[in-house]
Structures are given as structure tokens and as C-alpha cells.
Design a protein around this ligand. Structure first.
Ligand SMILES: [Zn+2]
Length: 205
């Protein structure tokens, strides 16, 4: 099974497409680990979800300050028909501002914030050559800790539950997709999302 990583390294660049950010962000609780009760991600972004786009360039995905990303109505419709798994909710978003949209008011399309599942699989830390902060005691369920670097992203054998898009355990914040999800993106000509082979994806900090 081949996996891909959604590349968010250029999420704040907008030379090609707009990036987005929350305005007057309202937040709820952290998602916590069942076992150790520590937060396993950012606080939940709750309604009303207002965003500002950096320019009037409207494509299928918007990256930026979001935990995941925003998607178009077309993506939502096709995804719902596709039988793919892993997205738990398409959350309503209001685009309240578009920078540089001049005088003629450009009506931005409808966007949704995509909420995805956690723990669809575990990272194989040895094959991925993942280096952790020495001496940290880790909860074996969520494995939340400080990661110094990794050379690739490999999934541990027999831990993948079949989700097509998910946050793996051991590498919080990194969104992994299946080959099926990759094919779906290509077949539908969705642009403005970059998927990198997980075997070639390394830490960039
Ligand atoms: Zn835990």
C-alpha cells in the first residue's frame, strides 16, 4: 500500500492561489487522548467560522492557518459520491473578506473546513528514522511528544484501518492519504493540493 502526505509547506504563499486565515476565531475544546488526557491537536475551531482570503483566486483547496484546509463545494460533492473514508465533517465557513478584490465585488465560492480522523494508522518510527527528544516519556496510545526529525513516513504493518485521509498516531499534524485518495484527486483534476509520496516526505524544520 502506498501512502501520500498532503504537503502544507507552502501554505502561507499565495503567488499561485489564495491562502486563508481565520478572523475572530472562536475555539472550543482540545481533542484529548483517551489514555493520558493530553491534547492531541489544536483546539477545535467552532461556528461561526469566518475567514479572510489573501486574493480573489478561487480554487478547490485553501491552505493557511487552519489545522487541515478548506475545500470547495465540488470537492465535497465528489468526495461524498466516492466512497472514500476519513473526513468526519465538512464544516460551514463564511468568507467574509477577500483582499485585493478591487471595487467590483467578487463573490467568493462556498468553502468548507474539512475535519478528519485521528489515529487511522501508526507511524513505523524505525523505518521512518524518526528521532524523538531523548528522555521523554511517551504515552503508548497517542505518542504525543517532541519530534526532532524524520527521513520518511512509513506506516506500521497492520495498523492501517482503511481510512483514505487521516492523522497518523506518532506524527500529529501530518495528514496522510491513501493511494485511492491520490487517484481521486488526479481523476477529478483537483488543483491547489500537493500530495507527496510518503516514502519521500521528510521533516522540513
Ligand atoms: Zn496519550
Amino acid at each position: 500500500m502506498d501512502f501520500y502526505v498532503i504537503d502544507k509547506s507552502s501554505r502561507y504563499e499565495d503567488d499561485k492561489y489564495a491562502f486563508g486565515e481565520q478572523i475572530d476565531q472562536k475555539t472550543g475544546d482540545f481533542e484529548v487522548c483517551e489514555e493520558c488526557k493530553l491534547p492531541v491537536g489544536m483546539r477545535e475551531w467552532v461556528s461561526p467560522r469566518k475567514v479572510k482570503l489573501s486574493k480573489p483566486s478561487f480554487v478547490d483547496f485553501v491552505f493557511g492557518t487552519f489545522a487541515t484546509f478548506l475545500c470547495s463545494e465540488r470537492f465535497k460533492v465528489e468526495y461524498e459520491k466516492s466512497g472514500l473514508k476519513g473526513i468526519v465533517e465538512f464544516q460551514d465557513v463564511d468568507t467574509v473578506k477577500v483582499k485585493n478584490s478591487r471595487k467590483e465585488k467578487v463573490q467568493p465560492p462556498k468553502y468548507y473546513h474539512v475535519k478528519i480522523k485521528r489515529g487511522g494508522a501508526r507511524i513505523d518510527e524505525i523505518k521512518s528514522n524518526l528521532i524523538r527528544e531523548p528522555g521523554e516519556e511517551l504515552c503508548q496510545i497517542c505518542k504525543v511528544g517532541t519530534i526532532k526529525s524524520f527521513e520518511a513516513v512509513y506506516i506500521e504493518n497492520n495498523t492501517w484501518n482503511g481510512d483514505d485521509i487521516f492523522y497518523p498516531t506518532g506524527l500529529p499534524g501530518t495528514i496522510i492519504t491513501s493511494q485511492k485518495f491520490y487517484n481521486f484527486i488526479k481523476q477529478n483534476n483537483f488543483t491547489s493540493i500537493s500530495l507527496i509520496s510518503a516514502k519521500e516526505y521528510k521533516s522540513n524544520w
